[in-house]
Write a protein that binds this ligand. Structure first.
Ligand code: ATP
Ligand code: MG
Length: 137
């Protein structure tokens, strides 16, 4: 069954949105397969976002991700990668539709609450990076 890597970013954790995010994925019908609260080191954050390392906003993005604990999760279900991205909403919260997580809870691109894998292939890569010992240990 398809899986996606979903991460609640430091602003989402600090603002108490963990329950809200989990609630939305659960109510949709997806299954939680792994979850942990983590402090991420710089090298690890750089690895997670390595395909963006030439972008002008890369340094700010890394500072943001290491600024506090994040919640790393594996969610499973039919089309969870694509549907998960729809639940999350557009990257820029000014363009995310109301009813999406970013549309309802964010205003700034640099504090957009949540990450979701953008393809089945990147989901596999991200799950291997974040859950190297498997989903439950
Ligand atoms: P994520 O990978 O975090 O789920 P995304 O897939 O919607 O987000 P990406 O293009 O992968 O978008 O960018 C990763 C993150 O980098 C974005 O969520 C956002 O926080 C930040 N970002 C992306 N583009 C910009 C930009 N033009 N200016 C500032 N920050 C940006
Ligand atoms: Mg992305």
């Amino acid at each position: 069954m398809e899986q996606s890597f979903i991460m609640i970013k430091p602003d989402g954790v600090q603002r108490g949105l963990v329950g809200e995010v989990i609630c939305r994925f659960e109510k949709k019908g997806f299954h939680l397969k792994g979850l942990k609260l983590m402090n991420v080191e710089r090298n690890f954050a750089e690895k997670h976002y390595e395909e963006l390392n030439t972008k002008p906003f890369f340094e700010k993005l890394i500072e943001y991700i290491i600024s506090g604990p994040v919640v790393a999760m594996i969610w499973e279900g039919k089309n969870v990668v694509t549907t998960g991205r729809k639940i999350i909403g557009a990257t820029n919260p000014s363009e995310s539709a109301p009813g999406t997580i970013r549309g309802d809870f964010a205003v700034e691109m640099g504090r957009n609450v949540i990450h979701g894998s953008d393809s089945v292939q990147s989901a596999k890569k991200e799950i291997a990076l974040w859950f190297p010992d498997g989903p439950v240990n």
